[in-house]
Design a protein around this ligand. Structure first.
Ligand code: FNR
Length: 339
């Protein structure tokens, strides 16, 4: 029997299988950050394809928290009505949906925005020097994340993922390479984790108690002096009571050359799951059904996230069920296309 096609439960979130779509920016929102026809078609197609959960792409909690001018946004109440319709569409296709709340920090490329970061260190030569955040900026960001979570609840999302990876604002606080602060938000691991911890604490106060929180981390910066798996585990230990599952990615703070091979990040999901006794999601060059089955079957992670493979094969779960000889409920309209 295939474990990949067994249900998975996190608090009130019941998934029909263990296949989730990894968050992937489409850079297709209007200049106002709103959901467009592209998002409706793109996500609905993957829902029809049979995944259990969509992790919606990075959605900016502040205008200056966008990566590009065409990122999705959730920085004011006007976003809620369209998101509500969108969530309803995905639910009607028998799929659950979480929203990834994000702030780009020093990686914001949007013109005429004040770029903020823990320290005035630019990402690379092509980016401006960001403004070092003062206490009010930090407070504002915490409020922005919390208000965004309130809107996500109103829109009907099933879960929230906090983007603490890939060199964006929260990761910039976590890593000693981008955080040179001398106050209580910089220095030792506890201090560098403080912003994340405060964001999670505030969000937990306002979301329903049975709504799960995902956190995406970069388990390693792949650079000497940066985050490594041991420090990432210390960070997760600090916030463990505030999150329900760890989505284990890597990199993005700087641009070192890294070796990419199938499942190159699974070892981090496995280590975090087994050492800290917390559910994890594995991501990164997972493309074959047998490989996905091996990950959950051997309890190396609880969920398998798929990124690029779903851009070319939106019906991947149908194919995987065929290969793994698992039961799969086709949408009625597609039954004649059954393998
Ligand atoms: C991404 N990725 C990504 N990650 C994230 O946390 N939030 C995001 O919005 C995005 N955006 C994004 C856009 C596109 C076009 C790609 C290809 C990737 C990273 C993604 O979620 C995933 O972690 C990586 O693509 C590795 O997984 P795969 O593609 O090897 O399965």
């Amino acid at each position: 029997m295939s474990k990949l096609f067994t249900p998975f439960r996190l608090k009130n979130l019941e998934l029909k299988n263990r296949i989730a779509m990894s968050p992937m920016c489409m850079y297709s929102a209007g200049d106002d950050g709103q959901i467009t026809d592209w998002h409706q078609i793109h996500y609905a197609t993957r829902a029809i394809g049979g995944i259990g959960l969509i992790l919606q792409e990075a959605t900016a909690v502040e205008k200056r928290g966008r990566i590009t001018a065409n990122d999705l946004g959730i920085w004011d109440d006007t976003f809620v009505a369209d998101m509500k319709k969108f969530v309803k569409l995905i639910h009607s296709l028998n799929c659950k949906i979480a929203i990834q709340l994000a702030h780009a920090g020093r990686k914001c490329e949007v013109k005429n925005e004040k770029i903020i970061a823990p320290s005035a260190i630019k990402w690379n030569e092509n980016y401006p020097i960001p403004t070092e955040m003062n206490k009010k900026d930090i407070r504002d960001v915490i409020i922005s994340f919390t208000q965004a979570a309130t809107r996500a609840v109103l829109a009907g999302y099933d879960a929230i993922e906090i983007h603490a990876a890939h060199g964006y604002l929260i990761h910039e606080f976590l890593s000693p390479l981008s955080n040179h602060r001398n106050d209580e938000y910089g220095g030792n691991t506890i201090n560098r984790t403080r912003l994340l911890q405060e964001i999670l604490t505030e969000i937990k106060k306002i979301i329903p108690t049975d709504m799960p929180i995902f956190i995406r981390v970069s388990a390693t910066d792949y650079v000497k002096g940066g985050l490594n798996i041991d420090e990432t585990m210390t960070i997760i230990d600090i916030i463990k009571d505030l999150v329900d599952i760890v989505d284990c990615s890597t990199g993005g703070l700087l641009s070192p050359r890294i070796d990419l091979y199938p499942g190159y990040q699974i070892k981090f999901a496995e280590k975090i799951k087994n050492s800290l006794n917390i559910p994890t999601a594995a991501i990164g060059l997972i493309t074959r059904p047998e490989m996905a089955e091996e990950i959950v079957g051997n309890e190396r992670a609880d969920l398998v996230l798929l990124g690029r493979v779903l851009l070319r094969q939106p019906y991947w779960p149908m194919y995987a069920a065929h290969i793994l000889k698992a039961d799969f409920i086709y949408p009625t309209q597609y039954i004649r296309g059954k393998y």
